[in-house]
Design a protein around this ligand. Structure first.
Ligand code: ZN
Ligand code: ZN
Length: 219
């Protein structure tokens, strides 16, 4: 498996996402995407550290203020539930960055793909909670059908690139789409575009699959 040098990342995680990650309040599905991006991205890792520092200062203040037992317990629970801080760039061999390899239990060779139509394949990763995270494999030149979102969608490109109405997204980039966005990502010609995408509600495909199939495939 070749590993080309990661090109310059131009699309980053938002502050609210990094803050929620630092606070341990994101669903597991989103934690995986955030940890994977942060492992490759110096800029987002630096911002995450700054939010960690702010969180630490707040906790110190809370301790000095002699808060009630209940709120101290809640604070300690929040600390205990905090996701592990991604270590600095650990370049795994293969396509997947280290946090994703750890989650999948291997690299892309160990992924079991399921076709979802139009040449697109996916593999839903097992996570707790309502939010889901999947790997998507989109052949070059193929469009992911026009869709809106009933929630937030966080997509990170692992290989290849895609374009939609907003911009071009290449390896390492993340796109944050909200409910207001209806877009049609198209994989660039060439190698398959492989993405890691988390959604906190089912995608609303407009003309792709019947609803019952969406339920079965957990799209
Ligand atoms: Zn970044
Ligand atoms: Zn989308």
């Amino acid at each position: 498996m070749k590993m080309t040098a990661m090109p310059k990342i131009t699309h980053h995680l938002t502050d609210p996402l990094l803050m929620a990650y630092a606070a341990g309040t994101l669903p597991e599905a989103f934690n995986i995407v955030v940890a994977t991006h942060v492992s490759l991205c110096d800029e987002c890792r630096a911002r995450l550290h700054s939010f960690d520092a702010v969180g630490g200062a707040l906790i110190d203040t809370a301790e000095a203020m002699d808060l009630s037992v209940g709120s101290l317990e809640a604070t300690l629970r929040a600390i205990a539930g905090k996701p592990p801080e991604p270590r600095a760039v650990r370049r795994a061999t293969g396509l997947f960055p280290a946090p994703l390899q750890e989650y999948v239990g291997g690299d892309i060779d160990s992924v079991v793909w399921r076709r979802v139509g139009g040449g697109v394949s996916q593999a839903v990763l097992a996570t707790r909670g309502e939010a889901t995270v999947r790997l998507l494999r989109i052949p070059g030149g193929v469009a992911v059908p026009d869709h809106g979102h009933r929630g937030t969608e966080l997509t990170m490109v692992l290989q290849g690139a895609f374009r939609d109405e907003t911009d071009r997204f290449a390896a390492g980039d993340v796109e944050v789409a909200d409910e207001a966005m209806v877009h049609q990502p198209v994989a660039e010609e060439g190698e398959d575009c492989i993405c890691l995408a988390a959604t906190d509600a089912p995608l609303r495909f407009n003309a792709f699959l019947p609803r019952v199939a969406q339920t079965i495939m957990r799209i």
